[in-house]
Design a protein around this ligand. Structure first.
Ligand code: K7E
Ligand code: RUQ
Ligand code: CUA
Ligand code: CA
Length: 633
């Protein structure tokens, strides 16, 4: 670490600016700074000694002008968006519209976003599980994938521009819930669970015969975003996970009963986790061992009981989350209605598929009892696991090897600590914790209820996302953070993975608006220099540049009833000078960041004068950055 910076940190601690961070460093003899300074990653490896001895909680304070050390990708739940959050400050840095229309950037308004959203796109989505593409078990900074439970879709966000670039409808199933990526050799597959049971085909011929209901496990190709195969299963599918070797995916099932109502899903003492053998599935697809359903061309394989493609491991009771440990050895299913979590060993899953085990339950190496309502588990890379207890409003820290020893009959206490959280946690997630680089610094607990923790906001309360320091022996609660509904899951990744990959302006040949630029070229337009109107019958194309503080065109004229396409290109090469283009009383707004071309198409259905203006404050004369659309009667 740069010594000058260390001195800076020390001095600011003395000045009371970064007090807690500074003291924590002094207290545990840490080298390296904490509040998000350069070189922080390099400073961490030697800090395992913090495990021994008490330490003060690290601080969430990131002084003005300093950067957060971690990027957090927060699911926006039923808001349909993804939020980019700095950690440890928990400051929201950006929102990324995914399934939700968003007027700020014109998501659902611009032609470029409509190409991603598809025709007749639904009004929103319900996204739970953001996961970054990986290569050999490490985040690779390319994409974030996320599910839409509300409309049975999977989306992809490009991390270089932080924009959604693909959305895929998954056929033959209803409600994509669990979503994970293939970790090795790379992503590769994106695995997606259809949660609810529906008749197949679901065309009205069988409505109320539960025996005809089914669901499937789907694999998308992360590069093409096409659904490449589906596996029919018994029961339903909740969450999913992948191993670190590229051999398996595994999903929890809470409705092995095939129940159609709440009591119906709680009959059995055990449901199961179902393991998918990827090599065998690929071989079966190659052999043509599949069918297709209706108009979908996706190969559907039969993975129900008795299939060699799958393995059903009994798990108590209505299990929910499923999380692989970063050492690549274990995977943990969280019991929900059972106070236990079930630890399975991947190598025993190998043995089971090879016919070497008598009983799929022999893949289970531990089943520690943790408390009421275990939902999700995260890892610190030091052999400890952190499980949310929804009903107890706690997080249980426990040691994996000790739990395995206890399961084998040894007298050891695998429980390390329970910490109260406020209140009712769903997911928790550790920094880098779903990769081989799990660094055991931070844990975020995503609590569904905030109750009394914030100023009243009316009947609808925010969630409470709590930041917990897990770098020492004991967990320390550091901060509360109110959030709009409803983050289910997050990932936390060190900024070194993205900080140099994120673009500060658009490349002119970016595929996001390439189709629009190609259209301009067909019209003989160079969007970087030309501001011109092209008429083709009732279709009018209005091309203009934008450079603070003027649009390339002060006014344009169309006829009532024309279909108008406005194409605006931001030719300001200056970082952070984004423009907007809004037409008053016409429902049009779009953001045009440096280097971008954006377009919107609408019918000029009202005659009169309609001002257009820039919506992003870009210049001292920003208010004056406007023009008139003249619509002839
Ligand atoms: Cu537990 Cu959708 Cu991951 Cu919500 S799921 S919490
Ligand atoms: S104007 S600086 Cu509407 Cu007061 Cu924005
Ligand atoms: Cu351009 Cu404001
Ligand atoms: Ca059940």
């Amino acid at each position: 670490t740069d010594p000058a910076r260390r001195n800076f940190m020390k001095n600011s601690a003395l000045a009371g600016l970064a007090g807690a961070a500074g003291l924590a460093l002094a207290g545990c003899g840490r080298k390296g700074d904490h509040g998000g300074a350069e070189g922080a990653a390099a400073g961490h490896d030697g800090e395992r000694q913090r495990e021994h001895g008490e330490h003060e909680a690290a601080s969430d304070h990131v002084p003005p002008g300093q950067l957060d050390e971690y990027y957090g990708f927060w699911s926006g739940g039923q808001s349909g968006e993804v939020r980019l959050v700095g950690v440890p400050s928990m400051r929201e840095l950006m929102r990324i519209p995914v399934f939700n229309p968003d007027f700020t950037i014109g998501w659902g308004v611009t032609n470029e976003s409509k190409r991603v959203l598809g025709p007749n796109f639904p009004p929103g989505g319900d996204c739970h599980h953001p996961h970054m593409s990986q290569t050999d078990g490490h985040y690779d900074g390319r994409y974030i994938f996320i599910n839409d439970k509300a409309h049975t879709r999977v989306a992809r966000i490009r991390c270089d521009v932080m924009r959604t670039d693909r959305i895929t409808n998954v056929p033959n199933v209803q409600a994509i819930h669990g979503l994970r990526v293939q970790r090795a050799p790379r992503t590769g597959y994106v695995f997606a669970n259809g949660e609810f049971l529906v008749p197949a085909p679901n065309d009205g011929r069988d409505l109320d015969d539960p025996k005809k209901y089914q669901t499937m496990f789907s694999a998308l190709d992360g590069d093409t975003m096409e659904v490449v195969w589906q596996v029919l299963v018994d029961g339903n599918l909740d969450n999913t996970e992948a191993d670190y070797a590229g051999k398996y995916a595994i999903s929890t099932c809470y409705n092995s009963e095939g129940g159609m109502d709440l009591p119906g899903t709680m009959q059995a003492e055990r449901d199961w986790a179902v393991v998918f053998n990827i090599a065998r599935i690929e071989a079966a697809v190659k052999k043509g061992d599949f069918k297709t359903i209706g108009s979908s061309k996706v190969p559907v394989l039969d993975g129900r009981h008795g299939s060699s493609l799958t393995l059903y491991i009994p798990i108590p009771k209505n299990p929910h989350g499923i999380n692989a440990s970063p050492d690549g050895k274990y995977v943990v299913a969280n019991g929900k209605l059972s106070p236990t979590v079930t630890v399975m060993e991947w190598s025993r899953i190998d043995d089971c598929f090879a016919g070497k085990l008598k009983d799929p339950r022999d893949t289970v190496v531990a089943e520690p009892e943790l408390g009421l309502g275990p939902l999700h588990t995260a890892y610190d890379g030091r052999g400890n696991a952190y499980t949310t207890l929804f009903i107890d409003s706690q997080i249980a820290k426990w040691n994996i090897e000790d739990a395995i020893a206890a399961h084998a009959g040894k007298k050891v206490n695998y429980l390390r600590q329970k910490i109260d959280v406020a209140y009712q946690p769903g997911h928790c997630h550790t920094s880098m914790g779903e990769t081989r680089d799990a660094d055991g610094r931070w844990l975020v607990s995503l609590n569904k209820f905030s109750k009394d923790r914030f100023l009243p906001t009316g009947p609808l309360h925010p969630d409470n996302d709590q930041l917990i320091d897990i770098s020492g022996e004991t967990m320390k609660l550091v901060a509360d953070g109110p959030v709009y509904a409803e983050p289910h899951d997050v990932i936390l990744l060190h900024r070194r993975l993205l900080i140099d990959k994120v673009k500060k302006s658009w490349d002119r040949d970016d595929p996001f608006f390439a189709e629009t630029v190609a259209m301009a070229r067909r019209h003989g337009i160079d969007v970087l220099t030309d501001s011109k109107v092209i008429r083709e019958g009732r279709k009018v194309f209005v091309y203009m540049t934008s450079a603070a503080p003027i649009f390339g065109m002060g006014s344009f004229t169309v006829k009532k009833g024309d279909e108008v396409t406005v194409v605006v290109t931001n030719i300001d090469a200056v970082e952070d000078v984004s423009h907007g283009f809004c037409i008053v009383n016409y429902g049009i707004n779009m953001e045009i960041s440096p280097g971008a071309t954006a377009s919107a198409t609408f019918t000029a259905d009202k005659a009169g004068v309609f001002w257009y203006y820039c919506t992003f404050f870009c210049h001292a004369m920003h208010m004056e950055m406007s023009g008139r659309m003249l619509v002839e009667a």
